[in-house]
Design a protein around this ligand. Structure first.
Ligand SMILES: [Zn+2]
Length: 243
């Protein structure tokens, strides 16, 4: 549970937060754990880390030659990146990462909630953008490598209608059964993002041997708005939150 090795240039972009590992007592870096509990971030314990500079999302800002496939994988709605070149760097990452997929988390239908909490507060939904280190070809190949994976986490508030999610939400009816999948009309991934200047950072080990510190987690401070109607559209009974 360490910060990234090596030197990183100092930047003064807004204020970026890193949570010092010593405050993450509830994280279990040892082997043998079976389940990752939801993580509650106590903002009073967040330490600013000036080594975490702004992300470079420029490669995600185009919809040209971008191809997404939305799938019901039996656990959640997953949007797979079929095209190549959706790369992310910066943000204190130790290199370039390729986006492989993004997916959504809800609680059960009667208790919709995110995987992460902020000061004990749950959110209506959460989106995870899953990336692998670019020296490897997939998430599967990278998951046993230290810092092999990086996940961008976005929390949702129920508020105003967010038309940026229309393309995803309108296709949910086409994938009501496991393994159903549909190609989406191209859009830029960053069009789904809120402001990404401020974020929380922590590192997560795999819970099975050899327990490499494989996942670099980023949770953005700014939330995504979605309407109550859109939020209810996203939770069919056949989809269960397990990831
Ligand atoms: Zn997830």
């Amino acid at each position: 549970m360490n910060y990234l090795p090596g030197s990183v240039s100092l930047h003064t972009w807004g204020y970026h937060h890193g949570i010092h590992p010593k405050h993450w007592k509830y994280l279990n870096p040892t082997c043998g754990g079976k389940q990752q509990s939801p993580i509650d971030m106590k903002t009073s314990k967040v330490k600013t880390d000036t080594r975490l500079w702004k992300f470079d999302f420029s490669k995600l800002s185009t919809s040209k030659n971008v191809k997404f496939e939305i799938t019901n994988n039996g656990h959640t709605v997953q949007v797979r990146v079929i095209s190549h070149g959706l790369e992310v760097s910066g943000g204190g990452l130790p290199g370039t990462y390729n986006v492989e997929q993004f997916h959504f988390h809800w609680g059960s239908e009667d208790k919709r909630e995110s995987k992460h909490e902020i000061n004990g507060k749950h959110f209506s939904m959460e989106m995870h953008v899953v990336m692998h280190f670019d020296r490897f070809s997939s998430v599967n190949e990278s998951m046993n490598i230290t810092y092999g994976l990086a996940v961008l986490g976005f929390l949702f508030d129920v508020g105003r209608h967010n038309h940026k999610f229309d393309e995803i939400i309108t296709h949910l009816h086409d994938i009501e059964h496991k393994d159903d999948h549909v190609i989406l009309t191209s859009f830029s991934l960053t069009s789904l993002f809120p402001s990404t200047d401020c974020f929380y950072r922590y590192y997560w080990s795999l819970t099975t041997p050899p327990c490499f510190e494989s996942v670099i987690w980023t949770i953005f401070k700014e939330h995504i708005d979605i309407s109550e109607f859109q939020s209810s559209e996203t939770v069919p009974t056949s989809r269960k939150n397990t990831l």
